[in-house]
Design a protein around this ligand. Structure first.
Ligand code: B30
Ligand code: ZN
Length: 262
């Protein structure tokens, strides 16, 4: 809360590097993933644990996104795939969106933007807390989900969308009315969970630390226009509508994006 960054004008992404030097680094996120430029690999299975227990959770408006956290600690864990035998603990999930249904995702696929992207942020268990994990290049693993517009609302997201009007003001938080099954948000389709892109990058917001192993699922989730539009009514610290909160893509530099073939 209260970080001095935004998505427009003097505080916009092109100015972040003035205050946060890591933002002009060479391994930044997001990126444009060119499918003809990826390296196909076959990694060990990516595994999620603990996601079948319903968890009490709350959503908060921090002025740059809406963030969902779970009341219990260690509600979900991630391992396998590019993480090998390391275990990562769920910390929070949040969303990035645009002012219309044609933009809003942070990572692009073949230069194509999607109207929304969800980030599920996990920290490496060995580092004990997210704050300590931010000091290490393998500190975070972030699952990225891309959305498409669909004619019908996605019922899995209704518990979140329905409380958005109650957290329009920065600093507001609201418990979800019902316990949430994280597994329903994370793996709607187990069959496609092993089909993803992975690369090393950064936080997409200041301080832009280069500490994240990104895992972008190829399969897309769906939300209706009305569900997407509800996010655009949230307010920033200054009281303006948070109509968009995606960072433009950053140079790939010397990195190689891997595509895991299931
Ligand atoms: S992202 O997934 O790359 N967009 C952080 C984690 C993931 C991403 C961006 C940032 C992060 O942990 N930042 C430092 C902690 N934050 C929390 C936050 O993200 O919201 C700082 C804070 O308040 O206290 Cu602003
Ligand atoms: Zn994010």
């Amino acid at each position: 809360l209260g970080e001095d960054f935004g998505y427009d004008g003097n505080h916009g992404p092109s100015h972040w590097g003035e205050e946060y030097h890591a933002c002009i680094g060479k391994h930044q996120s997001p990126i444009n993933i060119e499918e003809h430029n990826v390296k196909n690999v076959s990694l060990p299975p990516l595994k999620l644990f603990g996601i079948d227990n319903p968890s009490l959770s709350f959503v908060a408006n921090n002025g740059h996104t809406v963030m969902l956290k779970i009341n219990e600690s260690k509600a979900a864990m991630l391992s396998g795939g590019p993480l090998e035998n390391d275990v990562y603990v769920f910390e929070q999930l949040h969303f990035h969106w645009g002012e219309n249904d044609y933009e809003g995702s942070e990572d692009l696929i073949n230069n194509h933007s999607f109207p929304m992207e969800m980030h599920a942020v996990f920290y490496k268990e060995d580092y004990k807390s997210i704050n300590e994990a931010l000091n290490h290049p393998d500190g975070l693993a972030i699952l990225a989900y891309l959305y498409e517009v669909s004619p019908n609302p996605n019922p899995m997201y209704e518990p979140i969308v329905q409380v958005l009007p109650e957290i329009e003001t920065v600093g507001n938080e609201k418990a979800l009315r019902e316990p949430l099954l994280l597994g329903r948000l994370f793996v709607p389709d187990t069959a496609t969970m092993q089909d993803y892109f992975t690369y090393n990058g950064s936080l997409t917001t200041p301080p832009c630390l280069e500490v994240a192993i990104w895992i972008d699922f190829k399969d897309h989730q769906r939300l209706s226009h009305e569900q997407l539009a509800a996010f655009r009514d949230l307010r920033t610290q200054e009281g303006n509508k948070l109509t968009h909160n995606f960072r433009p893509v950053q140079p790939l530099e010397d990195r190689i994006v891997l595509h895991n073939i299931p």
